[in-house]
Design a protein around this ligand. Structure first.
Ligand SMILES: [Zn+2]
Ligand SMILES: [Zn+2]
Length: 143
């Protein structure tokens, strides 16, 4: 999986630098998680990768341009990243209480199209729907 992603970078106009390779490694090893740049930075530090937070931001920006990662905005200005090239795409539920993220089945573009006025002349290329609410743990606390 990592080789495939490295190949994608090599085939692009960008170089596969050591730093990019390290960040890719973190993303692949945590492919079931949704990580903030700060969390990636902490993992990098833990492994003595010697990466700055600025490098991580820049690299994530590049990876998202190359479609290697998917960006998830949780509201409150927080942005999380997940490694993307494999696996079924999905939508997300974000808990407003604890910030927990659950993956849901993909909410399909075709299903959304029926909400668009018929006479609107739009070309739709992507659909990103997030569900917000309270997870079962947070519901218990609220009671
Ligand atoms: Zn919660
Ligand atoms: Zn996800």
């Amino acid at each position: 999986m990592r080789e495939r992603a490295e190949q994608l970078i090599k085939n692009s106009e960008y170089k596969l630098t050591t730093q990019r390779r390290k960040i890719l490694k973190i993303l692949v090893e945590n492919k079931n998680r949704h990580l903030s740049p700060m969390e990636i930075y902490e993992i990098a530090n833990f492994n003595n990768y010697g990466l700055s937070i600025a490098t991580i931001y820049r690299t994530l920006h590049l990876f998202s341009k190359l479609n290697l990662v998917k960006k998830l905005e949780t509201g409150e200005g927080k942005i999380l990243y997940e490694f993307k090239i494999y696996g079924a795409s999905h939508s997300h539920f974000i808990c407003l209480g604890c910030g927990k993220i659950l993956e849901t089945k993909k909410i399909k573009l075709e299903d959304c199209k029926k909400y668009i006025p018929e006479n609107a002349d739009l070309i739709i290329t992507d659909c990103s729907i997030r569900l917000f609410g309270y997870c079962c743990d947070c519901q218990k606390i609220k009671e």
